[in-house]
Write a protein that binds this ligand. Structure first.
Ligand code: ADP
Length: 402
C-alpha cells in the first residue's frame, strides 16, 4: 500500500497530494523533497512541490545536520506559515533531502520510504534537467524573436531616417529652385513693365517738347495706347495669377453667344495689331454658359500670342466649330512653332520655351491663366505645332443644351 502511494509521486500533477498521503501514513502532516539546483548549487523544492521556502539560519543548520548524519530530527518552521514543528530529515545518496513535518517517525518505520527515496529523487532531478532545458530553449527563442523584432525596428528607423534626409535634401533643392524662380520672375516682371513705361515716357516727353495745344499725332497715340494695353495686360495677368493662387478668381457666369464674343474680340485685336490679318474662317452661333470677360481674356491671350510669335508672317486664322455638345475653337499661326519637348509644359505657370525667352517679351503667365479659366468653364485644351512652320492652339467648351 505505501509502495503504491510512493510510486504515485512519479506523476507530477498528483505529486504533492501523494507526498501529503505519505506523510500522513507516517503520522506526519507534510512531506517535502528538496533536490539540488545545478545552476545555483542549492537545495530547492523538487518539481511539483510548493516552490516557496524560508531560507533562514534555522533551516540552513537543519539541512547541514541532515547532510552530516543522513537521518536527523529537529524543529522547523514549515513555509513560514505554521508554528515551529518537529521535522525529520532524510538524505538521499545524490544529495537530495526529504523532510517529514509534524511527526516523529522512527528510522525503521520509514525504511521503505528511505529506500525508495533515491529512485524518486533521480526521477525529480531528470525532470528538473528537462525543465531547465525547456526554459533555456524558450528563453533563447524569446531572445531570438526580440532580436529579430529589434532588427526590423532598427531597419525601419534607418529607412525612415534615410527618407527624411532625402526629403530634407529635396525640400532644400525645391526651396532653392523656388527662390531662383522668384528672382528670375522679379527680373522679368520689372523688365516687362519697364519697357512699355519707357516708351510711354518718351512719347509724353516728345509731346511736352512740342508745347501745349499741339494735336497728338495719330501714330503716336496708337503706339502709346498699345504700350498702355501691354502694361495693362501684364498687370492683369499678375493679379490673376495671385488670385488663382488664393482661389479668388471670380467668375460671373451667364448665357452668351460665343460667336458674338469672337467677332468683338477679333475686331478689337485687329485695331491694335495692323501687322497681321486675323481671318475668321468659321463662327457658328454657339450658346454657352460662361464669364464673358474671362473668355474674352482667353481669346486675347491666344490671338496676341499667335501675332507675337509669328513676326515674319501676316495672318492668323481663327475658327470655331460645333462638335456634338461642345464647341471647338482653333487659333492658327504660321510663326516660329514650338519644339515637341515644350508642348506639354507651355500651360505651366512661368513656363516659356527656350527659343522665345531671348527674343520675345513675356512672362509665361498668359497660358497658365487661360488654362485656369478654361478648366473652370468645364473646358479642355491642346495644341499642334511644327517648329518654323507654325502652331494651332485648340480649346473646347461645353455648349448649353437646347
Ligand atoms: P508669354 O507669351 O508671356 O511668354 P504665355 O503663357 O502666353 O506667356 O506662353 C507661354 C510660352 O508658350 C511662350 O513663352 C512661348 O514659348 C509659347 N507660346 C505660346 N503661344 C505660342 C505660339 N503661338 N507660337 C509659339 N510659341 C508659343
Amino acid at each position: 500500500m505505501i509502495l503504491n502511494i510512493i510510486s504515485g509521486m512519479s506523476d507530477l500533477n498528483k505529486r504533492y497530494q501523494c507526498a501529503t498521503n505519505v506523510a500522513k501514513h507516517f503520522k506526519c502532516s507534510h512531506l517535502l523533497i528538496l533536490i539540488k539546483d545545478p545552476e545555483i548549487d542549492m537545495l530547492l523544492p523538487a518539481p511539483g512541490f510548493p516552490q516557496t521556502l524560508s531560507c533562514d539560519d534555522q533551516w540552513n543548520s537543519f539541512l547541514d545536520n541532515v547532510k552530516a548524519s543522513s537521518f536527523y530530527k529537529g524543529i522547523l518552521n514549515f513555509r513560514g506559515k505554521f508554528k515551529p514543528m518537529k521535522a525529520t530529515g532524510i538524505l538521499s545518496p545524490d544529495g537530495s533531502v526529504a523532510i517529514l513535518f509534524g511527526g516523529d517517525p522512527a528510522k525503521d518505520e520509514i525504511k521503505l520510504f528511505t529506500e525508495m527515496l533515491p529512485v524518486l529523487t533521480a526521477l525529480f532531478l531528470q525532470e528538473q534537467k528537462t525543465q531547465i532545458a525547456q526554459t533555456k530553449a524558450s528563453f533563447a527563442e524569446d531572445i531570438a524573436m526580440r532580436a529579430e523584432r529589434l532588427t526590423t525596428t532598427v531597419d525601419g528607423m534607418r529607412l525612415l531616417l534615410k527618407n527624411a534626409l532625402v526629403k530634407q535634401e529635396q525640400d532644400k533643392l525645391a526651396i532653392e529652385a523656388l527662390l531662383r524662380k522668384k528672382d528670375e520672375f522679379l527680373n522679368i516682371a520689372s523688365h516687362e513693365l519697364k519697357t512699355p513705361l519707357t516708351s510711354l515716357k518718351a512719347y509724353m516727353q516728345l509731346l511736352q517738347k512740342q508745347g501745349g495745344g499741339v494735336k497728338l499725332p495719330q501714330d503716336i497715340a496708337t503706339r502709346s495706347l498699345k504700350q498702355m494695353q501691354r502694361m495693362e495686360k501684364l498687370i492683369a495677368d499678375l493679379l490673376d495669377v495671385s488670385k488663382i493662387s488664393n482661389g479668388k478668381l471670380d467668375y460671373n457666369m451667364a448665357t452668351l453667344n460665343f460667336a458674338d464674343l469672337l467677332n468683338e474680340t477679333v475686331e478689337s485685336i485687329q485695331i491694335i495689331s495692323p501687322s497681321h490679318q486675323i481671318i475668321i474662317k468659321n463662327n457658328p452661333d454657339a450658346v454657352l454658359m460662361g464669364d464673358r470677360s474671362r473668355l474674352d481674356q482667353v481669346l486675347i491671350n491666344y490671338l496676341t500670342n499667335a501675332i507675337k510669335y509669328s513676326p515674319d508672317d501676316d495672318k492668323v486664322i481663327i475658327s470655331s466649330e460645333k462638335q456634338g455638345s461642345d464647341l471647338v475653337v482653333s487659333i492658327q499661326d504660321f510663326g516660329i512653332g514650338i519644339e515637341q519637348e515644350h508642348i506639354n509644359k507651355l500651360y505651366d505657370r512661368f513656363y516659356r520655351a527656350d527659343s522665345t525667352i531671348a527674343n520675345y517679351a513675356g512672362m509665361g503667365l498668359g497660358l497658365f491663366v487661360t488654362s485656369e479659366i478654361l478648366i473652370r468653364h468645364g473646358g479642355s485644351f491642346w495644341l499642334e505645332s511644327t517648329p518654323a512652320k507654325g502652331s494651332t492652339f485648340f480649346f473646347k467648351l461645353p455648349l448649353q443644351s437646347e
